[in-house]
Design a protein around this ligand. Structure first.
Ligand code: COI
Length: 368
């Protein structure tokens, strides 16, 4: 193994004043304010990776002919840095993000960033911008880290770019959904498809998210917060919500999530929820789940809770399902804002682990 990237820090920024930073940390929202610095590294087919540095957060200089702007050769990741009670800062399963970044890179014909360099880049940015990691005990706030890779070569031929940029930016984060403690509502679309078999659905590339936006617009036009997609072939098997995976809690205690089909993102939170659910005594199933099973299960009371999972969203309860000719309420909205007990317990277990409030028996946390 070679040594990880060494970030000789090149800091030329005018950092935010303490008052400006405190104002952001008080009410971070999601993805609206960015820290003082960023990581960038350059790759070319001839040289490999070079010029990796932490520098002032600033717009990138990219050619209007850059392949990313025309052919969407781009991937990204999302993970969070959590402040623990003793002041230390930790990432949750960053090795998983590194591995997924690597398989997304393969799918999008982009170069590999070795795990040690990926983690070195996160650590370098968090070290320089540590003051932007929200304090312990400030609710569910964290520093959201967004690694990404874009094809920067100015060339309009359709082929893998020979020049690429890797970067990491960071943004203080609170809740992803702004429904407060209330569950989100989901629009079930069968007319807009997010991903197809053999396509890029399992890769974390911007184009998958672009493909989800018309469905999201349809959801919002129908009074819902988010959209759920079904498979492209039979248009009946549930896949995911544009930015999260989906889970069903059965009244008999089973927890079911759509199996990884090749067109679903393999969520780090999804995988963690499956393990935590077993710890809490649930039986878990990864299998095909149809839209009819969701509707019928809610109507009959067999499905008692539904939730979405993701790094940004954590575990978000779902309280309503609507589609062109129907509308169903999920759960009892007169108790705990409609957040079911299993969803609440799983969410708490995950947060306790991420914030270091319970022992990390699986070694999921990495100190940054
Ligand atoms: C995440 O949960 O980190 C995601 O990548 C979802 C996002 C597109 C907001």
């Amino acid at each position: 193994m070679t040594d990880a990237w060494d970030f000789g820090l090149e800091l030329r920024s005018d950092p935010a004043t303490t008052a400006a930073r405190t104002a952001v940390l008080d009410k971070p929202g999601f993805g609206q304010a960015f820290t003082d610095h960023m990581v960038v590294a350059t790759w070319s087919a001839d040289r490999g990776w070079y010029d990796q540095k932490v520098t002032a957060y600033a717009p990138l200089k990219v050619s209007p002919a850059a392949a990313v702007l025309h052919y969407a050769q781009e991937i990204f990741e999302g993970l969070k840095a959590y402040r623990h009670e003793d002041g230390s800062v930790w990432a949750f399963r960053p090795d998983r993000n590194a591995a997924r970044f690597s398989s997304s890179a393969t799918r999008l014909a982009l170069p590999q960033v070795p795990e040690q360099d990926f983690i070195a880049a996160l650590r370098a940015l968090v070290t320089v911008d540590e003051a932007w990691v929200p304090p312990a005990g400030s609710g569910e706030t964290s520093l959201y880290l967004r690694p990404y890779m874009i094809a920067t070569e100015a060339a309009l031929s359709v082929r893998p770019a020979r020049e690429v940029l890797f970067g990491v930016i960071a943004s203080p984060a609170g809740a992803y959904f702004d429904t407060g403690p209330k569950p989100i509502s989901i629009w079930l679309t069968t007319s807009t498809i997010r991903a197809t078999p053999g396509g890029t659905g399992a890769a974390k590339c911007g184009s998958n998210y672009a493909a989800s936006l018309a469905g999201l617009a349809e959801a919002v036009a129908n009074g819902c917060d988010q959209v759920a997609f079904v498979d492209a072939v039979e248009r009946r098997w549930l896949e995911e919500i544009g930015s999260t995976n989906l889970f069903f809690v059965y009244a008999d205690g089973r927890i079911v999530t759509p199996e990884l089909s090749g067109s679903i993102l393999e969520g780090v939170t999804r995988a963690s929820v499956l393990d935590l659910a077993v710890d809490l005594g649930h039986t878990v199933e990864e299998r095909k789940v149809s839209a009819d099973e969701w509707r019928d299960g809610v109507r009959s009371g067999e499905i008692s809770e539904v939730f979405a999972s993701g790094t940004a969203a954590v575990i978000a309860p779902i309280g309503r399902l609507a589609w062109p000719d129907g509308d169903l309420t999920i759960g009892d909205h007169s108790i705990n804002h409609g957040v079911g007990p299993v969803t609440a317990t799983l969410r708490q277990s995950l947060l306790d682990l991420q914030y270091g409030r319970v022992p990390d028996t699986r070694g999921w946390l990495t100190r940054l």
